[in-house]
Ligand binder design. Structure first.
Ligand code: LLP
Length: 438
């Protein structure tokens, strides 16, 4: 017997409302869903599904809007982890952003994309000696140190080389950013940053150690933050610390305010860069600091979609896609809500009913949406999963031996393939079967 269709749980935005809220997405009777000026079904026909599509126009516009809000106030270092494709990094660099990296791979990627080492900040709670040596050899702009232990490591590596590393101490302000528990980083129970109370001693130690030059403080309290209150609270604590350090005669010239600006996935209003700028001015105005921010999601999240095709509709209840949690893990990992919109004009206006949208992977978590009111979709219909430009392709896995999906980039009426679909043979290319197995 077929499972009963679920009743829609919440008042989800309609397909029309989702499209209307996204300026560079539009729906046309013949072309269907169009990103900038390119019909997404054309890309799906060429690349097959699942496939990612990014909009260069949206990324550029969002970077420009952020920079306008922060003009004369702060420098932007794009958090590479959100979307590390070389073309995306190139676009950010061309728009005047530096990069915030958290691994050797991201540092090498940023350099490969042509981002000068002098525009790179290296964050992260567990940088290895090898990563620190690379950062020192590259002479990057700033190393964000997250613990007293790491500070000693940096000094021990840099001093014998006769080098001096510009470090900012990442403090943990013990402020709850009010986001999903898995993406909050600024409370005392999180592994990130130097506990607030220990920061003065760590800063004094940094000033005394050979091979390091403390240039300021850094903080990052979490991700997908939609209100300014947690920023205000964290910045107030950081400003208090700047004053205390200076009163001790310690030089503090930079403040890295982190990332975390949220976007509207469902119908919530995204974070406002102007409000962030206001919070930064209120806390740090008059302190004569060089201010920095390192956002990822806000810049690229709304610029990406994941295209998928309906494989079958099981019992009228489960719409099974050819995309999975292996492509976009956010719903499985954070219970994240992502809009789902049909690509074909006629599908988008079909009568809606509540369905569960799932992937083919053998995990119950492989679910994109539960009890979602969606226009009726038949096998072969294609959909776009929205706002997948941040923490999408970068978090993909090859579980169930599913190759990484291809990526296309749209820019106005042009588009190009910027990553090929991974060939199956590449999945086991580095594997060896020893002779003794027989
Ligand atoms: N700076 C640091 C030190 C970070 O750890 C992060 C993100 C950022 C900047 C950029 O944060 P954003 O502006 O993108 O919020 N995978 C999760 C998000 C993890 C964020 C990790 N750190 C998700 O899909 O929601």
């Amino acid at each position: 017997m077929a499972a009963p269709a679920p009743a829609a749980l919440e008042d989800d935005p309609t397909v029309a409302a989702l499209i209307a809220a996204r300026p560079l997405l539009s729906l046309h009777a013949l072309d269907g869903l169009v990103l900038e000026q390119v019909p997404l079904s054309r890309i799906a026909e060429v690349l097959g599904t699942p496939a990612w599509v990014y909009s260069a126009g949206i990324m550029r516009a969002r970077l420009a809007a952020l920079q306008a809000a922060l003009a004369g106030l702060a420098q932007v270092h794009y958090a590479v982890k959100a979307n590390d494709h070389l073309a995306v990094l190139r676009l950010m660099a061309a728009g005047g952003a530096g990069a915030d990296v958290v691994s050797e791979g991201e540092l090498r990627r940023a350099r490969a994309a042509g981002i000068p080492a002098g525009d790179i900040v290296f964050s992260g709670v567990g940088k290895t000696a090898r990563e620190l040596r690379l950062a020192i050899a590259e002479d990057i702009f700033q190393l964000n140190v997250e613990s007293a232990e790491e500070l000693e490591m940096v000094s021990a590596i840099a001093a014998p080389l006769g080098r001096t590393v510009r470090v900012a101490l990442r403090i943990n302000p013990d402020v709850d950013a009010g986001t999903h528990a898995k993406i909050t980083t600024g409370t005392a129970r999180d592994k990130f940053g130097i506990p607030f109370a220990e920061a003065p001693a760590a800063y004094a130690r940094a000033a005394a150690l050979p091979g390091v030059e403390p240039v300021g403080l850094a903080l990052h309290i979490g991700s997908q933050i939609l209100s300014t209150a947690p920023y205000r609270a964290a910045f107030a604590r950081a400003a208090e610390l700047v004053r205390a350090l200076r009163a001790q005669g310690l030089p503090v010239r930079r403040m890295d305010c982190g990332g975390g600006l949220g976007i509207g996935y469902r119908d919530e209003a995204g974070a406002s860069p102007a409000a962030l700028a206001g919070a930064m001015r209120a806390a740090f105005g008059g302190l004569g600091l060089e201010l920095m921010v390192e956002p990822g999601r806000w810049l690229v999240g709304p610029a990406g979609v994941l295209l998928a095709e309906v494989v079958l509709v099981k019992g009228g209840r489960f719409v099974v896609l050819d995309a999975a949690m292996t492509d976009l893990v956010r719903p499985a990992m954070y219970d994240a809500w992502h809009g789902i919109v049909p690509l074909a004009g006629r599908d988008a206006v079909a009568p809606a009913a509540a369905v569960d949208v799932v992937g083919p992977v053998c995990e119950s978590a492989d679910t994109f949406a539960r009890a979602r009111d969606l226009p009726r979709l038949s096998p072969g219909a294609r959909v776009a999963v929205l706002d997948a430009g941040a923490y999408g392709a970068v978090m993909s896995s090859t579980y169930n031996a599913r190759p990484l999906a291809p990526i296309a980039l749209v820019d106005g009426d042009r588009w190009a393939v910027i990553r090929d679909r991974q060939p199956h043979a590449e999945l086991w290319a580095g594997e060896h079967v020893p002779d003794f197995i027989g």
